[in-house]
Design a protein around this ligand. Sequence first.
Ligand SMILES: Nc1ncnc2c1ncn2[C@@H]1O[C@H](COP(=O)(O)OP(=O)(O)OP(=O)(O)O)[C@@H](O)[C@H]1O
Ligand SMILES: [Mg+2]
Length: 880
Amino acid sequence: METLSWRPRIVAETVTPDIRVPPDIRERMTDRRRDTAGPSRSPSSDASTLVGRDAEMAVVRDVLATACAGFRSTVLVEGEAGIGKSRLVEEALSEMERGGSLVVRGWAREPERDRPFGAIGDALGLRPDSRDPERAALARLLHGDPDAPTAGSLSSQAPELRFRLVEGIVDLVERLAGAAPVALLLEDLHWADDATLLVVEQLARRLKGLPVVVLATLRPAPRGRALDRLVGILLATGATRLEVGGLDPPSATDLVAGLVGAVPGPGLRAQIERAGGNPLYLGELVEALVEEGGMAVTGETADVRAATLPTSLGETVVRRLRFLDDEALDVLSAASVLGTAFSLDDLAVMLDTPATRLLSALREPLRARLVAESGERLAFRHDLVRDALYADLPLTGRRALHLQAARLLAGAGRRPVDVARHFVLGAAQGDAEAIDWLSRAARDAAARSPEVAAQLLQAAVRLAGPDHPRRDVLEAELAAALVWSGSTLDGEARLRAILDRAHAPEIDVPVRLALAQALFHDGRGQAAVEEVERTMELPALEPLQRGRLLAEAALGRLWSGALDQARVHAGNALTAGHLAEDDAAVCSALAVQSWLRQAEGDTSGAIAIAERAVEVAESSRTREASRRPPQLLLGLLLIEGDQLDEAGKAFDAARRIGEDLGTVWDLPAFHWALGLSHFVAGDYDDALAEVEAGLDVSEEVGTRLQMVWAQAIEAHIRIQRDDLHAATAALEAGERELARAGPQAKTDWLLWARALLAEAQGDTEGAHAILRMVWDAYTALGVVSERRALGPDLVRLSLLRGARSEAEAVAGAVQEAAEMIATPGARGAALRCRGLASGDAGLLLDAVRAYRESPRRMELGHACEDAGVALARAGRRDQA
Ligand SMILES: Nc1ncnc2c1ncn2[C@@H]1O[C@H](COP(=O)(O)OP(=O)(O)OP(=O)(O)O)[C@@H](O)[C@H]1O
Ligand SMILES: [Mg+2]
């Protein structure tokens, strides 16, 4: 323990005997403590009265009433630690409970972030011994069959199982809501595991028209990607966001008055003001004053002695720990370096002290509930305690401890990232060992979590300084990690800066390849191709580099609409990828080939190729092939193939892989893919929500692949809703993006929307001219797949101009496409075109029937309209 002797001691002050402490304050304090105690929390049964919060209570009550009236709703209660989120929600929920509703509560906890379905499982009481068979069955799924060899909560990570669990939980909530309104409270959502987040998303998306309310409390930080995304979706689907701020000064004074049982005097009021209205802080403050004997109550008034005033929350908290002996304080301080939750083993390694000795040092903190057991680890009662102890360490001591932790954890064989994290916080400039560990950890993390890799490399570059021999390599790796981790523009700028200056020759090709990848992610396919083609001319490319470059060229060509070149590059990339045994190149090449196959009209062939790409990625030894998850593409093709449910599963898988790997570049594309799926299914609100969420994320991560397509989808919806103003705005945004990024696949959708907008504005001729132009251009490119989408409108517009033979020719082409595509939706499109062209109501009714077999509600709607018109025209008004 001698190593820890840097800790400055706080000399205990003597308690002045003339100070009277109301006897029940301690009791009240103890109650309060029980409420905020972390790991074993239960619904707040705070004896003190709720002060202030009238406006907030009104909002929550309102939402709960909406839910009780049968309308599913969601509330996000956000605010800093201790601000009173739980208390507020609990007040409102107990009212609801008294009204006969079912209230269930689950707590998420930091050390359990990887406990799948943790918080939600607790809330719903999913235990194998549950008396409710449905819950027991779900619990068995969750925890695995105890007799099966692979039992254990890990099994719930398997995609299929995870899907069934989500479905099962949603069904369970649905069933519960059949009996009484249900409130599901998830506390501290910022710590929740991903599966719990997924369930919240599904509950918010579904269960419309049921008396269910989901309430979540969360702090502004930490905020991971999955949570960010969820919050975006919840808000887009109508969730209420309630930001809980500090109590206003009169309420804060009331709260303290309630705690001390007397009116705060001027000195105490000055202290109260410093608490920023944070009730937890106010409570800690009062408690600290009482414990130190710093509070005097004379008559009706309570006040403080100026000399004892703490100046900050941290100081308040630390002062409260004075009762601990030195050894306990030293151990806690060292533990604060490890985080809010820490393992005794790590602490023992770090302090080079036997665990038994640590346990005895921790006995008092455990008894005082400053720390508590939390699963396999120990956790500080509150982050505030950890933060305060950490902040109280002198900087040199903090660094020394981190460095010590890094070396010892490295020696104990801990994961490189765990080791590197401490080097980041502990090492000094030029520390070769630290730089080495950081780049080793970064390389380790690159395929799993580029964000972490980028952070580690950033630290390595900082430590290396300008003259380090590996500076260029570190910078190149950093820039590449940024490209994959959602700081695309920053990454691109750094890559360009490296290329512009004299640099180590061995990084030239990797830097250029990373630049091409960045450009592709940003939707600038053509610019990516130019970069790649320049690089391909460099001498002495390694086989792996060759394959990667060709794959990049194929993707760039495909996405900028140059299908023939894409085909050639993809073939070469496939060969090169196989030769170099590089699954990433093989996967990209297959992706391009599947998309081309789809364009040719062979949807099932395309799906089969995409499935092969998925297999390659899944069975790959490295995870690099999954950094562009082929499941995303597979999902898009499944939509083409009218298999929306299957597509949803593919997107779900893609999302999970992305979360797992920390890839962010594809998040916007992911939202837009979901948007497409909703659009096809005729769920316009959800589609718009996804388009919007994608635009938000895109802004954040700096990638725009598929943005033009997304904006086209929005324009289509706006036109159908007759909101021509918004449609124009979406179209113009799409056209601006097109001008910025260069040629794009799926531009036909944007032009198609342009045509429909012209029609809606009364310009049939203009509309026809645009659509005809698109049709001809895609025909010239040999694209068959788009005929199904564009055909019906072109037939309609031709007829409006009296060009029946043109209409018939187009209908014939769609028919031909439908035979190749061979889905009910395509058949519906062909029948609809032929029905329109010939005015045959029977064919249009057949189209309706065909569409009914597909999930294409939007097109079904159009077909029904057309059939109605034709029937009415034929005098069959009843049927119409
Ligand atoms: N309006 C209030 N009136 C009286 N006491 C309050 C009020 N708000 C909060 N408190 C008390 O302050 C303490 C902290 O509040 P609470 O636990 O609700 O904070 P929180 O925002 O949920 O914090 P965390 O993020 O740590 O969960 C509790 O003891 C609670 O009873
Ligand atoms: Mg809380």
